[in-house]
Write a protein that binds this ligand. Sequence first.
Ligand code: FAD
Length: 547
Amino acid sequence: MKSPPTHFFFKHNSMLLRCLIFILGICSINRSNICCDQPFANPLSFSVIQSSLKQLKIEGYFSFKNFDHVAKDFGNIYHFLPSAVLYPKSVSDISSTIKHIFDMGTTTDLTVAARGHGHSVEGQAQAYKGVIISMESLRAPVMRFHTGELPFVDVSAGELWINILHESLKLGLTPKSWTDYLHLTVGGTLSNAGISGQAFKHGPQTNNVYQLEVVTGKGEVITCSEEQNADLFYGVLGGLGQFGIITRARIALQPAPKKVKWIRVLYSDFSTFSNDQEQLISSKDSFDYIEGFVIINRTGLLNNWRTTFNPKDPLLARKFSSEGKVLYCLEVAKYFNPEETTNTDQNIDALLSKLNYIESTLFQSEVSYVEFLDRVHISEMKLQEKGLWDVPHPWLNLLIPKSKIHYFAQEVFGKILTDTSHGPILIYPVNKSKYSNHHHSHRTSMVTPEEDIMYLIAFLSSAMPSSTGKDGLEHILDKNKKILNFCQKAHIGMKRYLPHYTTQEDWKVHFGPRWETFARRKSTYDPLAILAPGQRIFKRASLLQQQ
Ligand code: FAD
């Protein structure tokens, strides 16, 4: 693991490194003192900044201690301590703070990171010695629904998707596109994309937003949409928090179903599996949700499924053995209302009859719409109970073009990876041209492979704290590196989703021809590079760093 150049990270629970940070902290204070001697450089000390922040007239408040929770994320690998946390009550709290820091110009190297639910995995929502804005405390505006032909809801960007789901359902409505886990904020997922099993139909969450309110890196509050300030609108969607802090979002809604038929089937041959997935995402009348995952050498797999699913043919299912095999599971769902049950069943039978899965492995379940969408939360609670939710998560998310997916699967599943005991591996295709507003997706900041159909592959590993074995962090990071090296050597044309790089050169390669637009937007909306330093794309402009 490379050390970030200007930042400093340390692993969980390491007292020794904490001490080292303290000593380095003292050294850097000395360094600023040296800087003060320079005629052209006059960096402000943090105590000056702190007292100036305290004087800002805001409705919320700043905290200058107890940072542990914001120096942590779901990844539990990077821990950067900030200098202050803003708990905003209003958009103007956020704009006043950023404007104040912007007006200090290059006399400080203070950065600002919006923190949604802190479910990034590589420190993206952290800011070493900077100011964290706790977006969840921004409760304004209260959720406001607009019913009618094109229903939508205006929400604070610090709102969790699960809350939006519950509130929308009271009006019989629902957002269209989701993530697999709903305890994430609107601002956090829109800064990436928000991809799940509905994306083949509706596009990612970034394609289902009508309007945003954004506070730029200069502290201006700007409303933007396809029609108004479109450059900022598209820039911020998938923009990794680089151009502004999203404070409000207008999210597209549709009528909500009450129930869901949830289905899993298995394949032993990758081509048959991926052909079926591709056929399903391309057909007109398909399922409402299409995902899939890989299972390598698992014992008693179908038995585990029985807690949620029922086998269509229990006798045959019992005879099926998953041990020693590489299997591919297609997971699909169809939404319906109770009065449409018969029709839905016929519809599902017709869809399944066109697929080529292993017959004995058809498992079905019927759950409420909320239970289906909030399914990962159930697993979370089980893992929480066992103390296995807060472990390090060296996750790796890749977007692979369709033309290379067979080669990728052949080399990675069963060869580089010989088991899947450290966490699920998701794999499913998304058809970009099928999004209703396809045009929209080309203009957001999200980077995807060139081809129309791409596969999302998510290696969602959990590492056992302090293990040095196969389930340890180092071992899993090493496997991730092998997969990335393979992609590079084999010219897979892969793009990382939820990308993480430590040098600007790597970021340029990531963005490819889109780097110019990305960098131009940065200099327009956040010229001092104050925002989202945890992404490590741009360096904060400051006299301190020019020394
Ligand atoms: P944070 O981690 O708090 O922030 C992420 C980045 O966005 C940071 O750089 C931060 O500074 C910036 N940011 C936060 N809020 C704002 C804002 N209001 N304005 C501007 N910038 C902001 N992703 C998918 O696409 N599909 C999935 O199915 C999926 N499943 C997941 C399941 C789990 C269990 C977890 C932990 C993550 C999953 N993710 C998934 C990834 C997730 O969407 C991202 O990590 C997302 O950024 C997390 O949201 P957050 O609110 O925790 O954001």
